[in-house]
Design a protein around this ligand. Structure first.
Ligand SMILES: Nc1nc2c(ncn2[C@@H]2O[C@H](COP(=O)(O)OP(=O)(O)OP(=O)(O)O)[C@@H](O)[C@H]2O)c(=O)[nH]1
Ligand SMILES: [Mg+2]
Ligand SMILES: [Zn+2]
Length: 355
């Protein structure tokens, strides 16, 4: 497979020129399962793992290859497992915060989990059944925006909803400026609107709850049943986690799609709260105090809007949660990186003294 068919472009070629070694080649990570990787390149589809040096140098988990990453691989014609030497700098990166342990006081320690890298668009898929949830849409859109890629809201299962236009109108209000499309697997003409996002060289990740039809959409776009899909349980509209790992697919038209297992919640990682809550941010400019927390201060324009009904209470609450989460995560991240660096320095110091 040619690298261009996997989304390779001048940006990655330039990074590769800077970092490549002799006898190395570029590949794109198509599957990640714990520490085992599957890569695609001009040499075909191969298994791979990271080199010992890579493992030693990595300060945090998020530096490890993720689906969609471009990596430098050591040429190894004999072994059937290839060695990843480096990850090329990511153009964009979709992350969430995940609980990865506890600190000495028993508080949860969050760290960044990279769901997919080098994306152009994030398709946020919400089904028009019990899955429809404005607060979750706000959260997903914020996470998508902070990835550097553009979010697109996709309302699936339009066939089972009696009132699509009113749901779209609600969503437009919650996530201003984000394109919204309603689709149905029973009416493939509804997928035409997605074509502008799926041109050659573009990479798209699909996220959303389990059972919303992410893999179904991928198969329809692939025009073949490559991704496994599952039956929804009758009644509760919930899926069963049919997709269990992230995987990259190449469309006949040249775009690259990344399927994801369903996620119940997404902790936002360094989110861009301001964009999605531009209405609240605009109000905040009118607050008496510049460091207003919009919780109890006199002269707070946000609280005034809440009282007058201009601002919806649930939207305000979600804003508070997301803004707080953002602040919390930032401090935990810096603490965690700091302690990792200390640990590395200590180990390196020990290694030197042993020699
Ligand atoms: N009515 C209706 N059902 C759909 C539509 N799209 C998908 N489904 C059904 O929803 C169920 C789940 O679809 P999947 O594609 O496996 O969902 P998923 O989002 O990939 O789920 P996970 O892999 O668990 O995250 C299947 O039974 C699909 O047939 C649609 O447009 N309308
Ligand atoms: Mg799936
Ligand atoms: Zn205020």
């Amino acid at each position: 497979m040619k690298l261009e068919d996997l989304g390779w472009n001048a940006y990655f070629a330039e990074q590769f020129e800077k970092l490549k070694t002799e006898d190395s080649f570029a590949a794109r990570v198509s599957v990640v399962e714990k520490e085992a990787f599957i890569i695609s390149s001009e040499h075909g589809v191969q298994k791979a793992s990271v080199s010992g040096n890579f493992r030693f140098a990595a300060l945090v988990r998020s530096e490890f290859p993720a689906v969609g990453d471009w990596v430098i691989v050591r040429e190894n014609p004999v072994d059937d497992e290839q060695t990843i030497l480096a990850v090329l700098p990511r153009k964009t990166c979709f992350s969430r915060s995940a609980v990865t342990g506890k600190d000495r006081l028993g508080n949860a320690v969050m760290s960044e989990q990279v769901l997919a890298a080098n994306l152009d668009y994030v398709f946020v898929v919400m089904a028009l059944d019990n899955d429809f949830n404005l607060r979750r849409a706000e959260r997903y859109v914020i996470a998508a925006k902070s990835s550097g890629a553009e979010p697109v809201l996709i309302l699936s299962k339009a066939d089972i909803s009696p009132d699509v236009p009113s749901l779209i109108a609600q969503l437009e209000k919650a996530c201003p400026g984000v394109p919204i499309f309603a689709i149905s697997k029973f009416q493939t003409s509804t997928l035409e609107v997605l074509k502008p996002y799926l041109s050659k060289g573009k990479t798209v990740v699909l996220i959303g709850s389990s059972g919303v039809g992410k893999s179904t959409l991928i198969n329809l776009l692939l025009e073949s049943d490559q991704a496994k899909t599952g039956e929804s349980r009758v009644g509760d509209g919930k899926g069963r986690h049919t997709t269990t790992w992230r995987e990259l697919f190449v469309l006949p038209g040249g775009a690259v799609l990344i399927d994801n297992p369903g996620i119940r919640e997404i902790g936002v990682w360094t989110p861009s709260v301001e964009d999605t809550f531009a209405d609240i941010e605009a109000l905040a400019n009118e607050c008496r105090y510049s460091k207003c927390t919009h919780t109890k201060e006199p002269g707070c324009a946000v609280l005034a809007a809440l009282k007058s009904g201009k601002l919806e209470k649930k939207r305000y609450q979600n804003y508070q949660i997301l803004a707080q989460e953002a602040g919390l995560i930032r401090t935990q991240m810096s603490n965690k990186i700091r302690s990792k660096i200390h640990e590395k320095q200590r180990k390196q110091g020990n290694a030197k003294t042993r020699k």
